[in-house]
Design a protein around this ligand. Structure first.
Ligand code: UDP
Ligand code: MG
Length: 155
């Protein structure tokens, strides 16, 4: 099983969509192993979005992401990183597939409701950046064997 970082961004919190978005991950069969609320500061955002530092939209992005608290989650499941990226959809909300979070809720290339780690390496770094070890939980979901086949559960 893999873990991935999800940030429910300020636009989603402000628009009252957090609960619906969390439900989407739950109904897919992903397990919540970490969740908290935090107002992200510039230092953390500089690290998190360092690959975008030279982009013209970077200052505006930091302002948007630090405006009000976000909800941060760590989700676990088989191939969780790519599964969550697909559920979230492509960056530009106006063009994202209908059925994805961004396709269903967003009109923007910035206010696109959710951040999700891009690959396994990014997920590992991002989980470390935002969560302490003691904020991540290990527990059994009793529905586990109804979400995966026996051979999938072994991996
Ligand atoms: N972003 C923006 N303007 C742009 C492109 C991206 O404000 O022209 C923001 C947007 O919120 C996006 C985030 O920067 O989600 C990170 O960009 P990235 O290319 O990593 O997109 P993502 O992985 O979130 O789809
Ligand atoms: Mg990205």
């Amino acid at each position: 099983m893999r873990r991935t970082l999800v940030i429910i961004k300020p636009d989603a919190v402000m628009r009252g969509n957090a609960g619906q978005l969390i439900s989407r991950f739950e109904r897919k069969g992903l397990k919540i192993v970490g969740m908290k609320m935090e107002q992200l500061n510039e230092v953390k955002l500089n690290t998190h979005y360092q690959h975008l530092k030279d982009k013209p939209f970077f200052p505006e992005l930091v302002k948007f992401m630090s405006a009000i608290p976000c909800i941060l989650m760590v989700l676990e499941g088989k191939e969780a990183v790519s599964v969550v990226r697909r559920l979230v959809g492509t960056t530009l909300g106006r063009e994202a597939d209908v059925g994805s979070v961004r396709g269903d809720y967003s009109m923007s290339n910035q206010a696109n409701l959710i951040h999700a780690s891009e690959n396994d390496e990014a997920a590992e770094k991002e989980i470390k950046l935002f969560f302490k070890q003691e904020e991540l939980w290990n527990y059994e979901l009793i529905t586990f064997e109804w979400i995966y086949s026996s051979s999938e559960r072994g991996k």
